[in-house]
Each structure stands twice: as structure tokens, then as C-alpha cells.
Design a protein around this ligand. Structure first.
Ligand code: SF4
Length: 862
């Protein structure tokens, strides 16, 4: 006798209840025993390939099915040569998200008009038809009035059906307000990349790297590319690659490194600039790379502008003719020095940078970063030794630059008030040693794909978008400004918005919960009519007027995003393996139905074709397409006509990249040599942007724009001042630095907070702690039994102390993903601290990035 789906659901519900009371392993054993007794082993077992979307790694999975019930999730071994070797505990536990009894199963309508985290919405179930009618009537009214009053927000939803569908819907509807979450991830890193080399995204070439400097990228736990980087760096380490992790807390990744350097929070930029100074002084830099490929030779005036000719070509100092010329054939640009052109003084941008480093002596760097002087000198020596300046290597017949030193980071360098400048410093250090796109260095993704990133921002005013993207407030925020929406909704006039937002649709995002100063974020939801498409009743869903259930990633179709590596890439799909609660819609079909009822379906379809680039296999107007049909069209387009049966059988196709593509199609092809644009060692466009901001401020009398703050943020080169964010400068009565981090088991709390298995892995996983160094704990009389208060200028939290050695004595660390507030969540999901509720928010002016790691706090016994 086999397990039916209903029996399985009943069992998993029992399991959930039992998990709260007893040890999980005994419960799991009981389930296995029951399955044996019921003859499950005789049931029909089959496997279905798909792609995990439990987090942003999109690992290949092989789902074991017993009849129509998911029994287990394994890694797909065929995906290993292209991306993931294994899967993580979250991926394994995904089955319990799908069979989660706390899932929303029917559309719900609020009957309590009062909204708040403490308010019971008094839901009533409604039919899908009533839900669609109510929402589409509201949408039609808004569209007729001013479509900009609709805001669409997604987070993980972007990866469930892909942002190209919501983007097409928003365009067809007429609203510019589609907002993703990148400013709560690593937007500053992306923007620094864009300003420097015209697109974003890079990976360390770990297969060939010999020294990996990792600034707080925790890829043994929770991070993009983690399921490739964990295995790839382990293999590289066995081969002899040295790993140095630089971060205030000893993360899982740091624990596997050769060296952990516990730096003071926010001071990374100072350490990197200090290293740059040492390398320049020792003359262990790649002058050839800087001269041929970057604008380090551009002549810069005292006003910070680059000298250009009448055609707008930047000028260099030609050592042959002793004159200023564009870098064309026959010109030998000077890298260093000061020159006079038409009676005015200029320096090369390299010289400007070099001169700006004069205060960054090892003693100063040590004093500000807390890293011993000896360690700084050692690090500079290691970089010099491993960078092998001038070396080449022959690979597949190509003579390539060999610089096996790479810097890696995600939020470590970017989740800061000066996030762009932090990663700019990292890029400059790698330009100095010439390791960009070299064998063993960092490998850039789609170099110079968007030359417009080299243009200054218009710094528009009044802003078009509710998140103020690319406006005078966040001039280069090309990745939306997630946390700003709530503030603008609360007070649109303050920001010059010409309309008042009326309705928000949230798709698989708990945005207000996961930003800084989070309690205030929820207030904005009282101002708008809210529709939430979700799996479970999150805090954002609790503030909704209508909630629509969604299908889980194991129940729905999608042309999945994938993670490439420097040497491979693949195209993948996600396919449904079950439908646990027979829910008839997911976000794809919800959008389709709404587009139809609002009367924008044809435009929506045209938008889908445009956004997905469907030329040979377009969707036609005038007919309906299921999610499966749409995915089949996209698959065929992306794989140049490969049969959809391949997708259903294997879920992916992959390829390994040719050496030429990996190392010679990026900076070598786009920037190297005379007559080509140059990679921005010096980001002059920020100087122009500052001018534009100044003009807007004067024209519109914008009193809230602080030009001193803008001048510092929009600097063409990183400087030591970028190591001192606001709380560090002014919260002087708060002695500790407060940093945040992600944990493997609870990363993406929307997918993990309610997962009974992930919550049953032991006391350490069930809640988060206030991590404090043993020396500081002793001084404060704190031990592992202490309840403590963490107090910032925003608020206070009570939590349990955990005394450890692996953190700086001046730093406190608390992980995200805990302390859920939703009234509908079980008690186990509410354990721990909601650290976001006490973080200060000082978004990076350049990129809009959230400053998650800059707060300061007091700590005392409760
Ligand atoms: S790393 Fe993410 S995508 Fe991969 S198995 Fe784990 S949860 Fe799934």
C-alpha cells in the first residue's frame, strides 16, 4: 500500500506539531517507520529534475517522487560540472515548504479596516472570481486616473516567475513603479562595477587563483553563487590557494580560511587604500595594464574634471611629443606626473590617486582599522608575491596575463553608507595589480554592455518613481531603492513626487520586514490599498486588503534564472512536481488574468515578447498561454530551438566556455589599447553628477540636499573619509559596532521561518543570539545565561547573549531572519530578535544601498 498525498500531508502536519514538542529525529524516524509499515517501499518511485528556488542559487535538483508525493530532494549530479555539486539543508528541506500546513490556500479579504502589526485583519475567504473582480476594478479606476499610483514590489518573486513578466505588466499598465530588492542585497557593488567597467557582476577565477582576499562574503552559508564557490574554493585550497577572510566576525567561511583578519566595521576602504599605497610605493604595480586599459593616464584638473578635446575625447600626456593628446596609435601615455596644458596644471588620475593616499600610512591604517601594522605589511607582501606582475601563461594556445590574486565580496563591502566607494577601492586595488580578467584574478561579466553607465546621472527632479531611483536623491541607483518606497508613500510631497500612491501589489516579498528601521516601514502600508501574493501569512500579508495564495517553487513553471561560473553557463527550467493543495493559480496566471480583465492583455503580451527577446518563438496576441506554454516558448528561444522535451527530462542544458571567451572578450577586447574607451580608474561621471545635483538643488530650492554629504559620496576616487559612516561619527554614546549577517538555515526567512525541519535542527538554529567577544562579556558581567538589551538610536531589543572568541571585542553581531511578528505564525517562527527593527538607515547616496552594517549600539544586562 502506498502513501497517498493526503496521508502525506496529514503526516507532515503531525510532524509539524510534533516538532514543537519532541526531538525531530525521533519524529523523522516515526515517519520512516510508518512508511515502511504502509508498504511505501513497494510504491512507484520516480525522479523529476528541476531547479531549486529556495534561495538565489538556483541549484539543479532531482526530486524523488513516490506516486504523486515528494519524498526527497537530491542534487542533480548532471548539473555539477556547470554549477552546484551538492545542495544545502534549505534545498533538502524544501519539501516541507510545499506541504506546509500554514500555507495560504484560498484568497482572503480583510474585514478589519484598521491595519497594524498588532491588528487582526479578520480575514474572510473569497472566491478567485471575487478576488480578481475586486482587484481589477480597483486597477481600472487607478489606470483611468493616473497609472503611476500603482506600485508593484517583488523580492524573491523575481525568481519565481521572473521579473520580465511583472515588468511587462507594469509597462502595459503605465506605471514606472516596479521595485525589486537589490538595495537590500548588494546594489552598491553593482553600481561600483557599472561606473567602472560598464556593467555589473564578477567572479573570482578560483580554479587558477593562488590568493583569495574575501571581504565578508560568506559563501559557505548564504550568498549568491554559494553552491559553486563552496566546492570550488575547497578544491582550490587543496591545490594550494591561500584564503584570507577580512571581516569583524569569524564566519563559517572565515573558519575555513588560512587567515582571518578581524577588521573594525566599516574601515575596509581604509585598509584597501593603505594596501594600494604600499604597492605603489614599492612599485609592485602593473603599469602596463593601468596605461593600456584604464583611464589612470587621463589628465585631471584641480576642479576634478578630466581634460578633453573639442570632440570630447579624454586627453593624456604623450611622452613622445610632450603634449596633451587623445590616446590614439603612436601615443605613449604617461601614467604618473603633473603637466601644464594651456597654462593650467593637470595631473594624471593615477597621480591624483597616489597623492590622495599620503595620510594612509601603515600606522594610520592600523589605528583606524584595528588591524596590526605587521599584518598590513604581510598582506601587502602576500599580494605582491602572488600577483606575479608581468607574468603570462599559455592556455589553449592563447598567451594570457597571469595574476592569480582575486578580491571577493558581497554585502561585506557594499551594505554600507559608502558601499559604492568601498567596492571601488577593491576594483582599484585589482587594477593596480592588473588582475582583472587575468588568469587567476577576477572575471568580469558582460564588460561594457551598457556604455550609458559611463554617463553622468541627470539627477532628475521631480522624481518619476516612488523609490526615487536615478533622481537627485539617488542619482546612480540603477537597481531600484527598495527601502525608500515606504518613506515616499508616507510623505510624497517631501520628495517632490507629483502623485500620491494608492495601491501596492507585493509579490513574494516581505520588504518592510527586511529593511532597516523596519517598524516605520510598516506604517506606510496603512496608506495604500494592498494586494499580497504569497505562500504564507507574512507580516506584509497581514497588512493586505486582499491576499492571494501562490504556488511553491516545486509546483510551478518558470524558465529559471541560473548562476554561471567563469568557465561555464547553463539554461534551466523549473517544473511542477506536485500541487499539494490544488491551488489553481500562481503569480503568472494571476498577472495574465488581471491583464485580461484590465484590458491590457495585448500590450502585456507584446511586452513579454520584448522583455524575453522572443523573436523566433513569440507569444501571439489574442490567445491565452498557460505558464507551461510560455516557458516552452522562452526555452526554445533561449536554446535556439531545443525541444521542450529535453527541458522536461533534464531541466537544463549547459556549456563550458572557450578560453578566448573567458579571458579575451572582456576588458582586453573592450578597453585595451589606443582608440578604445577605457576602464574607469577615475570615475569622472560622478563629478558631473555632482554638478547636476547642485543645479537641481538651486533650481528647485531643495533644502534637504546636503551638498557636503553629496560631494563626499560622489567622489571620483575612494578616500579614507568613506570609512566613517554617520553612526560611527555621531553615535558616540553607543560604544559597540553592530553588524548583521545571514545564516545558512534561516536565510530567505520567507522560505525558512515556518519550515519545521529547519526549525528543529537544535536550539542554536531555532533563534538568534547577541554574539559578544569573551573579553567584553567579562567586563560587562555577561555570560551565556544572560539576557541582554541591545540599544541603538532607533530602538531596543532583548535577546540572549552568546559569548564567543570569534568576534572583535568592540563589535556585536546579530543575524537576520528571526523574531517574526505575524499573528498567524506559530510560536517557533517568532523566536529570536528582529534585528532590522533597530538598525539605522543611511542609504548610500550614489546607489541607494541600505547601510545594514553601520549602526552602533549599547549593550547591557536586561
Ligand atoms: S543553495 Fe539555495 S538554491 Fe541551492 S539547494 Fe540551497 S536553498 Fe536551494
Amino acid at each position: 500500500m502506498s502513501f497517498t498525498r493526503r496521508e502525506f500531508i496529514k503526516t507532515s502536519t503531525t510532524l509539524l506539531a510534533a516538532v514543537k514538542l519532541v526531538t525531530p529525529l525521533s519524529v523523522i524516524a516515526a515517519v520512516a517507520e510508518k512508511s515502511k509499515k504502509t508498504g511505501a517501499s513497494k510504491a512507484k518511485i520516480r525522479y523529476l529534475k528541476s531547479t531549486c528556488a529556495h534561495c538565489v542559487n538556483f541549484c539543479g535538483i532531482n526530486v524523488q517522487m513516490e506516486n504523486d508525493v515528494i519524498r526527497a530532494i537530491y542534487p542533480d549530479p548532471e548539473r555539477a560540472p556547470y554549477y552546484n555539486v551538492g545542495i544545502c539543508p534549505k534545498g533538502v528541506s524544501g519539501v516541507f515548504n510545499t506541504y506546509n500546513p500554514y500555507r495560504i490556500k484560498k484568497p482572503l479579504k480583510r474585514t478589519n479596516p484598521k491595519k497594524g502589526l498588532d491588528q487582526d485583519p479578520k480575514w474572510i475567504e473569497i472566491s478567485w472570481d471575487e478576488a480578481f473582480k475586486t482587484i481589477s476594478d480597483k486597477l481600472k479606476k487607478i489606470r483611468a486616473d493616473d497609472p503611476r499610483k500603482l506600485i508593484w514590489q517583488h523580492g524573491h518573486g523575481k525568481y519565481l516567475i521572473g521579473d520580465k513578466f511583472p515588468k511587462a505588466f507594469a509597462k502595459a499598465f503605465g506605471t514606472p513603479n516596479l521595485v525589486h530588492r537589490t538595495t537590500t542585497c548588494e546594489a552598491a557593488r553593482h553600481v561600483a562595477d557599472e561606473l567602472t567597467w560598464g556593467y555589473h557582476g564578477f567572479l573570482p577565477d578560483v580554479d587558477n587563483c593562488n590568493l583569495l582576499l574575501n571581504f565578508g562574503g560568506n559563501y559557505f552559508e548564504a550568498e549568491q553563487f554559494a553552491r559553486w564557490l563552496d566546492h570550488a574554493t575547497t578544491d582550490a585550497k587543496e591545490r594550494g590557494m591561500k584564503i584570507v577572510v577580512i571581516e569583524p566576525r569569524l564566519s563559517s567561511t572565515a573558519s575555513k580560511a588560512d587567515e582571518w583578519i578581524p577588521i573594525r566595521p566599516a574601515r575596509d576602504v581604509i585598509l584597501i587604500l593603505g594596501l594600494a599605497k604600499l604597492l605603489i610605493e614599492q612599485n609592485t604595480i602593473d603599469e602596463e595594464f593601468l596605461t593600456s586599459t584604464t583611464n589612470a593616464t587621463a589628465l585631471v584638473g584641480a576642479d576634478e574634471f578630466v581634460l578633453k578635446d573639442a570632440k570630447g575625447e579624454l586627453l593624456v600626456w604623450d611622452e613622445k611629443s610632450k603634449s596633451a593628446k587623445p590616446f590614439t596609435e603612436g601615443v605613449t601615455p604617461a601614467l604618473k606626473g603633473s603637466y601644464t596644458v594651456n597654462g593650467k596644471a593637470y595631473k594624471t588620475s593615477f597621480q591624483v590617486f597616489k597623492d590622495s593616499l599620503k595620510d594612509l600610512t601603515p600606522a594610520y591604517v592600523s589605528e583606524t582599522t584595528g588591524v596590526p601594522e605587521k599584518k598590513i605589511l604581510w598582506l601587502a607582501a602576500e599580494i605582491t608575491k602572488h600577483a606575479k606582475i608581468g607574468a603570462t601563461v599559455i592556455v589553449d594556445g592563447h598567451k594570457l596575463r597571469y595574476r592569480p590574486v582575486a578580491i571577493h565580496t558581497f554585502r561585506g563591502l557594499s551594505a554600507k553608507e559608502f558601499g559604492v566607494q568601498n567596492w571601488r577601492a577593491g576594483l582599484i586595488l585589482q587594477m593596480l595589480i592588473g588582475s582583472i580578467d587575468a588568469v587567476g584574478g577576477i572575471n568580469l561579466h558582460s564588460v561594457y554592455k551598457k556604455p550609458q553607465y559611463f554617463e553622468p546621472s541627470k539627477a532628475e527632479y521631480p522624481p518619476q518613481r516612488v523609490d526615487l531611483q536615478e533622481s537627485v536623491f539617488f542619482p546612480h541607483a540603477t537597481h531600484n531603492v527598495a527601502q525608500q518606497v515606504a518613506q515616499t508613500v508616507m510623505n510624497p510631497k517631501k520628495y517632490g513626487l507629483e502623485y500620491t500612491p494608492e495601491m501596492q501589489i507585493f509579490y513574494a516579498t516581505n520588504r518592510p520586514f527586511s529593511t532597516s528601521d523596519a517598524v516605520k516601514q510598516f506604517e506606510s502600508l496603512e496608506k495604500t490599498y494592498n494586494v499580497v501574493i504569497e505562500l504564507v501569512m507574512t507580516e506584509t500579508a497581514q497588512m493586505a486588503d486582499i491576499v492571494l495564495p501562490d504556488l511553491s517553487y516545486l509546483e510551478s513553471w518558470h524558465l529559471s534564472p541560473t548562476r554561471y561560473t567563469p568557465h561555464s553557463k547553463h539554461t534551466a527550467i523549473r517544473q511542477p512536481v506536485t500541487n499539494a493543495y490544488q491551488i489553481p493559480h500562481d503569480a503568472y496566471s494571476i498577472l495574465w488574468e488581471l491583464a485580461k480583465r484590465v484590458g491590457i492583455l495585448d500590450d502585456y503580451v507584446k511586452g513579454i515578447n520584448k522583455n524575453w527577446g522572443l523573436k523566433k518563438y513569440p507569444l501571439k496576441t489574442g490567445q491565452d498561454y498557460s505558464a507551461e506554454q510560455a516557458v516552452s516558448h522562452i526555452w526554445q528561444e533561449k536554446t535556439k530551438g531545443k525541444s521542450f522535451s529535453v527541458a522536461k527530462a533534464k531541466a537544463f542544458v549547459g556549456k563550458h566556455l572557450e578560453t578566448k571567451k573567458v579571458y579575451l572578450s572582456g576588458v582586453e577586447a573592450k578597453f585595451k589599447g589606443a582608440g578604445k574607451p577605457k576602464m574607469n580608474f577615475y570615475v569622472e561621471q560622478l563629478v558631473h553628477t555632482l554638478e547636476n545635483v547642485k543645479q537641481q538643488k538651486e533650481k528647485y530650492h531643495l533644502r534637504d540636499i546636503n551638498m557636503g554629504q553629496y560631494k563626499l559620496a560622489l567622489s571620483p576616487l575612494p578616500k579614507k573619509e568613506h570609512g566613517f559612516p554617520v553612526p560611527h561619527r555621531v553615535a558616540l554614546k553607543h560604544p559597540f559596532y553592530l553588524i548583521t549577517y545571514k545564516r545558512m538555515f534561516r536565510n530567505q526567512s520567507g522560505n525558512t521561518a515556518l519550515n519545521p525541519i529547519l526549525n528543529a535542527l537544535g536550539a542554536d538554529v531555532q533563534e538568534n543570539y547577541v554574539l559578544i567577544n569573551s573579553q567584553s562579556a567579562k567586563k560587562l558581567g555577561i555570560d551565556n545565561s544572560s539576557e541582554v538589551i541591545v540599544e541603538t538610536r532607533v530602538g531596543k531589543l532583548k535577546g540572549k547573549a552568546k559569548v564567543i572568541e570569534g568576534i572583535r571585542p568592540d563589535t556585536i553581531a546579530i543575524s537576520y531572519h528571526y523574531g517574526q511578528q505575524s499573528l498567524d505564525f506559530p510560536e517557533y517562527a517568532k523566536k529570536g530578535m528582529w534585528v532590522n527593527s533597530i538598525l539605522e538607515n543611511h542609504s548610500d547616496v550614489v546607489s541607494g544601498m541600505e547601510s545594514f552594517n553601520d549602526s552602533k549600539c549599547k549593550l547591557y544586562k536586561a
